[in-house]
Design a binder for this molecule. Structure first.
Ligand code: ZN
Length: 129
């Protein structure tokens, strides 16, 4: 058994107790983590060293892609026109304009790709169908 860390209520495991994605998850869940058998969990994209350069954005991996995609922040779902207040619903990742690339939003199901030059592109889920 590999020693890994997970937070109750999440589906991911972390190999590094200092992983920034684990730290972020602590803010939105119970705040405590425990060691676990990895069998029932999915590896965190940040601390499971991987050569991957392409990911499909999901609500499960958003916090990890937020760490991996440097120039990014959560994207808040627009409120219905009649609603008051501020949106508290995250529906994707905003990737800031950088290195000559336009600012773009990846929504759940879209594919985010790190290009060889260090830039990021987003392929819409419907564009791949
Ligand atoms: Zn991690």
């Amino acid at each position: 058994m590999t020693t890994a860390f997970t937070i109750p209520g999440t589906t991911r495991y972390h190999l590094d107790a200092n992983c920034p994605a684990l730290d972020s998850a602590r803010l939105t869940h119970s705040g405590v983590f425990r060691t676990t058998d990895t069998a029932d969990f999915t590896p965190c994209l940040v601390c499971a060293s991987t050569a991957a350069t392409e990911w499909t954005l999901t609500s499960e991996n958003l916090g990890e892609l937020l760490e991996l995609v440097g120039p990014s922040k959560p994207h808040w779902a627009p409120l219905p026109a009649e609603a008051l207040g501020v949106s508290t619903q995250i529906d994707g990742l905003t990737i800031w304009a950088h290195n000559g690339q336009p600012r773009t939003v990846a929504r759940y199901g879209d594919t985010i790709t790190r290009q060889p030059g260090g830039t990021w592109t987003v392929t819409r889920v419907e564009a791949r169908a």
